[in-house]
Ligand binder design. Structure first.
Ligand code: MG
Length: 336
């Protein structure tokens, strides 16, 4: 088995602004595992908030190269366990490698990835489309640019309720809001009733990731369900979110890939929590990997590839929120 790196600079269609970040270019690393004629692809994007660069991902993976290339594995899970001691300080690198392994093994088994997991796609949830923070006028025009059944609205401004009111005047779509840690418990509790009236189905990460006391209060008093994102990073966080959030938004890059994400989803479900997977502005490589978890999810946010001007890959496509799998086996992603 051979480990190869494909770094890319992704040009975003719009400057992407959330409560703690703003950018026009997204750097990403596509990892390839090659075994004979089979090629598996995985991806993780660079992320300043988590201190992740393309260079430190490649360095981390170079440290695991011998383990990967000389090892013999019968499953992606086995490979994950084998390299985890070396990659645990860089979950993004582990994620890219893990997605590539799942893609490769499913291709070698002649199956689409979800089939190789024994899942059926009959009841897949629709994906939302995210509207980043901008002037109210620009947020409305971004929304009108792409008619969609569910929008996730990034908040954390001084005009959060005004933004949602204005967007609501222009669509009947379902709304979700994501404050990215920007609110206080008092704000979250005060905003929730009007947001609910405006057709918002849940609030994602209203408070700072470590504000446990605040989240207890919001969980008890909020008119809307709350979903953890920045508070749910690693597998061990699922349990900690129980009793503070109604559900968890799992990011493959933060937890280390599909392998731990599947375990986190199973744990969240066993605790009676809603399950969601989110994305990090990945290309069709990372987004196609997420698609295979859909049968296990209540909600999904996998619009990353739609936000990019120069997607270097093909894979899943979208039809008004519905995810269409490519004809290829594995995740279905192929570098162009
Ligand atoms: Mg979020």
């Amino acid at each position: 088995m051979q480990l190869l790196f494909h770094p890319f600079d992704l040009h975003l269609k719009h400057t992407f602004t959330i409560a703690h970040d703003s950018r026009d270019i997204q750097k990403t690393l596509v990892v390839e595992l090659r075994d004979g004629d089979f090629r598996g692809f995985g991806e993780a994007t660079a992320n300043p908030y988590y201190g992740i660069t393309v260079d430190n991902m490649m360095d981390a993976l170079a440290g695991a190269r011998v383990l990967v290339e000389k090892g013999r594995f019968s499953s992606a899970e086995e490979l994950w366990d084998h390299v985890h001691p070396v990659l645990q300080s860089n979950s993004f690198a582990q994620c890219a490698l893990d997605e590539a392994a799942h893609d490769l093994f499913a291709k070698q088994n002649g199956q689409k990835l979800y089939k190789s997991w024994g899942l059926s796609i009959d009841r897949n949830p629709l994906t939302n489309f995210t509207i980043g923070i901008d002037t109210v006028e620009k947020m409305v025009s971004k929304m009108k640019e792409l008619p969609w059944p569910i929008y996730k609205i990034k908040l954390g401004t001084d005009d959060d309720l005004k933004i949602v009111r204005e967007l609501r005047k222009n669509t009947d779509a379902i709304f979700r809001v994501d404050a990215n840690c920007a609110w206080t418990a008092e704000q979250a509790i005060a905003f929730a009733p009007e947001l609910k009236q405006l057709g918002v189905e849940f609030i994602e990460q209203p408070l700072a990731a470590d504000d446990t006391a605040g989240m207890k209060k919001v969980f008890a008093e909020s008119a809307l369900p709350v979903i953890a994102d920045e508070s749910c990073i690693l597998e061990s966080d699922v349990k900690k979110c129980h009793g503070l959030f109604h559900g968890v938004n799992i990011k493959l890059t933060k937890c280390g890939g599909l392998t731990p994400a599947k375990r986190m989803i199973a744990e969240a479900r066993s605790l009676g929590m809603k399950t969601m997977v989110g994305c990090m502005t990945e290309t069709s490589v990372g987004i196609s990997a997420i698609a295979h978890l859909l049968p296990l999810l209540d909600y999904v946010d996998m619009d990353g590839s739609l936000l990019i001007r120069n997607d270097p890959a093909s894979g899943v496509t979208f039809d008004f929120g519905k995810v269409i799998y490519s004809a290829e086996n594995g995740t279905g992603a192929v570098l162009k």
